[in-house]
Design a protein around this ligand. Structure first.
Ligand code: XIL
Length: 456
């Protein structure tokens, strides 16, 4: 590996390891170092962040589309395929084919997945639209449980509840059949999601919550603060950030991001598009996110203008022909020049990584942790050095009291103390500079985990 590439990789690894010490844990993506600084995903990863796109399953057969997706992005949000009408078209009959296709496309290429969305007033299947009261509440909770369980361990963050507040000056909840089941429907959904997929970040997601002075923004802020105070499981707030003439990018956007972050949640820009795709506005959005330590990722709502739900606004980073627009260059430059201020809450306690640069045939491992009271999920990324490897083993010493209860994509030697993790049949072969991922869930407290990787 060239020195510059190693430096880029170690910067990203440092950001990753530092972040893993945060109690709430931030999901991070470490991109292949060879691409550092030249694509949206790699540049975001150097800043300890991801850069994602909304993806439609029916476009995965379009090679012009997948070429850009696979080259530029390291996070994916299914645009419609995880919504209620897609995943439970008939009550009790679940349908995951299109969502699984996106998840498999993403994860097999080392991209992370945001799940969107478990509970929403819109895009409900007919049977749910016709329900109310206790029956609807139960059906909604069952839906959350089933879908979050199906994708357990595969989705980094869930938009558990989408768009539950009203527009305008009321600061009230939006009227909907779900809202009419009782004001506690949102927290009930979050609790069900946590129980079903304890390793995922749980987000509240909404639009028109970008301007700090708006009643809707303040109402969401008050709810999140209340949830944190009462221990309702919430880890992140998603700002959709669909900007246009009626809902422009506000000058106080950074204040909104930092104010939510100060509540102790991650902040993610989840559905970014900007009417006309002003390069200056895209640049400002990226700079605002980079200025807030807990703004840990940006997703644009589509790849090419022709993929946008608002195609006539030409709001995205690529032309319909797949060319990079000036907004693309502005975003990439902002990602490459950005700085990450140290997180304020809580301070990192993990020592810097000591893993040496891998020689030919070697590997490195990095870990990100999502900790909650009494348990955690660790996601471990194994990256091959400058040569392909055919097997790997990662040693991780768990602090006393931590016991593994569940694991995926690796075999383990022990449930506690010094644990040795070896590849399973399908993920031992890792190409030069490529990565494989495994994970485990444990009781107890992770503290600073320091993985050591050996290649076979
Ligand atoms: C949109 C999709 O992009 C469209 O394809 C679909 O017809 C309607 O939904 N807020 C959200 C997204 O949370 O799910 C919406 O996506 C856009 C607004």
């Amino acid at each position: 590996m060239r020195n510059a590439q190693w430096k880029a990789a170690s910067r990203a690894a440092l950001a990753l390891t530092g972040a893993s010490a945060l109690a709430a844990g931030m999901a991070m993506v470490l991109a292949a170092p060879a691409a550092a600084g030249t694509t949206l995903g790699a540049s975001a990863a150097e800043q300890g962040r991801y850069f994602g796109a909304a993806v439609a399953a029916n476009k995965l057969s379009d090679s012009a589309y997948t070429t850009i997706l696979n080259r530029e992005f390291n996070s994916v949000t299914p645009e419609n395929e995880m919504k209620i009408d897609a995943t439970e078209p008939q009550q009790g009959q679940f349908s995951y084919g299109a969502a699984d296709q996106i998840v498999n496309h993403a994860r097999s290429r080392g991209m992370q997945v945001r799940g969107h969305t478990l509970a929403w007033h819109s895009q409900q299947p007919g049977w749910m639209q016709n329900m109310s009261g206790t029956a609807l509440r139960q059906a909604m909770l069952n839906h959350v449980t089933q879908v979050a369980t199906h994708f357990r361990g595969q989705v980094v963050a869930w938009d558990v509840v989408n768009e539950a507040f009203a527009d305008g000056s009321s600061g009230a909840r939006r009227d909907s059949n779900l809202q009419r089941t009782g004001n506690d429907w949102i927290e009930a959904a979050f609790r069900a999601a946590r129980a079903a997929d304890p390793g995922a970040k749980l987000c509240y997601n909404d639009y028109n919550t970008d301007d700090w002075t708006h009643a809707k923004t303040q109402a969401v802020y008050t709810m999140v603060r209340d949830f944190k105070q009462r221990g309702v499981p919430i880890d992140c707030v998603g700002l959709q950030s669909h900007f246009n003439s009626g809902s422009p990018y506000p000058g106080n956007y950074r204040t909104t991001l930092s104010s939510f972050a100060a509540l102790g949640v991650d902040v993610q820009i989840t559905e970014l598009d900007i009417e006309g795709a002003s390069a200056a506005t895209y640049r400002s959005v990226v700079q605002d996110c980079l200025a807030v330590a807990r703004c840990n990722g940006i997703t644009v709502w589509g790849i090419r203008d022709s993929d946008s739900w608002r195609a006539s606004q030409t709001p995205l980073l690529f032309t319909s022909g797949g060319a990079k627009k000036p907004a693309y260059d502005a975003v990439l430059a902002a990602l490459n020049n950005g700085t990450t201020p140290p997180p304020t809450t809580p301070p990192p306690t993990t020592p810097p990584p000591t893993t040496p640069p891998p020689g030919p045939g070697g590997c490195t491992a990095t870990v990100s942790v999502n900790q909650w009271t009494g348990g955690f999920v660790a996601t471990v990324k194994v990256t091959a050095g400058s040569s392909a490897i055919s097997s790997w083993a990662v040693t991780i010493t768990l602090p006393s009291g931590a016991t593994v209860t569940n694991a995926w994509n690796a075999n383990r030697s022990a449930d506690a103390g010094t644990t040795r993790w070896t590849n399973v049949a399908y993920n031992g072969q890792v190409g030069a500079g490529q990565s494989a991922e495994f994970g485990f869930q444990a009781n107890g407290t992770a503290g600073g985990l320091t993985p050591a990787c050996a290649a076979g």
